[in-house]
Design a protein around this ligand. Structure first.
Ligand code: HEC
Ligand code: HEC
Length: 308
């Protein structure tokens, strides 16, 4: 069921309001086909058999004539520690080249970077997010990245300066990534401090027993004040010329998004696509910022549009 849904959703995104996504489709590491669960683009175009690996290491160990300069040798995939490379090869296809304007939520977003707890960041990259297109990247979960590589991504996204400690002892190579105030600075700079009143990344009661999920009726009231202007009072979208834009009340579209990411969008907006964050509305200086509770109720409303 999910496979068909994915295909429909990609079509929806490509032909609906999100024309922009079209231009990202070639970068997607999977083709929008019903083959699911999909996997992210393999790092290598072929898989190295253990036999080939052995012969490769034998070869590189010998002093053959015409042997390439060791400095030109490609870095083995598990030793790549450069953020640009890691990000480009593993994340950019979905999250956008610069962490913006991709089909998946922007990671290069000041509010998101301030909002997301470091542990959550590590957790989602390691394990992926169930029932969404976000894949698990840790090797123990079938992904391609080591714990150290994941830590580089976490530090860069969260804005933690760090150093890479490369311990090489005979028979043992270990790379550790540790915080270091005078170490490598994140490429995307340091995120600003979280603004006053910023709702929490997770639904505060999510971990509480019995869970105090939101109230969709109250959510509809919040939607009318904070969202309807751009999305229509039922999320059906608004007319622009002969076109209908910003439709979000769509089962197929919502089926691909977790409640967590809906929560995050209500808080951070999507500034890269022109959607404002929790505390501002263009043309309304009196706008009262959304509270934690209001965001929770909004998510209950949007989730109900999935028709579950
Ligand atoms: C195949 C597409 C795809 C790839 C590749 C991918 N992601 Fe994601 N990612 C997603 C989607 C879709 C979501 C939103 C999931 C949801 O609905 O909650 C997501 C969510 C996330 C989130 C949580 C964002 C939030 O707002 O809560 C983080 C962090 C993240 N991805 C990091 C990464 C990193 C780092 C990489 C590369 C190592 C990566 N992703 C690669 C599709 C992808
Ligand atoms: C000022 C206009 C504006 C307001 C207000 C606004 N949005 Fe949006 N929203 C947008 C635009 C523009 C997009 C991107 C649409 C696109 O490219 O298809 C968007 C996209 C979304 C998306 C889809 C994100 C994605 O990755 O495709 C969701 C979900 C969403 N909005 C929810 C909300 C909610 C909930 C509210 C109220 C808290 C809200 N929006 C308020 C303009 C707005």
């Amino acid at each position: 069921m999910f496979g068909r849904t994915l295909e429909q959703a990609m079509v929806w995104r490509a032909t609906g309001a999100r024309q922009r996504v079209f231009s990202w489709l070639p970068f997607l590491p999977f083709s929008p086909s019903p083959r699911l669960p999909f996997s992210p683009a393999p790092l290598l175009p072929f898989s190295l058999s253990p036999f080939l690996l052995v012969s490769l290491s034998l070869l590189t160990g010998c002093d053959l004539p015409g042997r390439p300069d060791p400095a030109d040798r490609p870095v083995p995939a598990d030793r790549v520690m450069d953020f640009d490379k890691l990000y480009r090869q593993n994340c950019a296809g979905c999250h956008g080249q610069e962490g913006k304007l991709g089909p998946a939520p922007p990671l290069h977003d000041p509010l998101f970077r301030a909002l997301v707890p470091e542990e959550e960041l590590k957790d989602i990259i390691t394990k992926g997010r169930n029932k969404t297109l976000m894949p698990a990247f840790a090797r123990e979960n079938g992904g391609t990245l080591t714990a150290a590589q994941i830590q580089v991504l976490v530090n860069e996204i969260k804005g933690i300066t760090y150093k890479i400690v490369d311990k090489q002892e005979p028979g043992l190579v270990s790379i550790e990534v540790v915080p270091d105030a005078s170490g490598i600075s994140p490429k995307w700079g340091m995120p600003a401090k979280a603004p006053e009143g910023l709702p929490s990344y997770r639904e505060p009661s999510a971990s509480a027993k019995g869970g105090d999920a939101g109230n969709k009726k109250k959510g509809a009231v919040v939607f009318a004040r904070a969202c309807a202007e751009c999305h229509g009072n039922q999320g059906q979208g608004i007319g622009r010329g002969s076109e209908k834009v910003n439709t979000i009340n769509d089962r197929v579209f919502l089926a691909l998004m977790s409640n967590q990411v809906l929560r995050r969008y209500a808080i951070t907006g999507r500034p890269d696509l022109g959607m404002p964050s929790f505390d501002a509305r263009p043309g309304d200086p009196q706008f009262v910022p959304l509270t934690d509770r209001e965001v929770t109720d909004l998510v209950a409303l949007l989730a109900s549009w999935r028709g579950e």
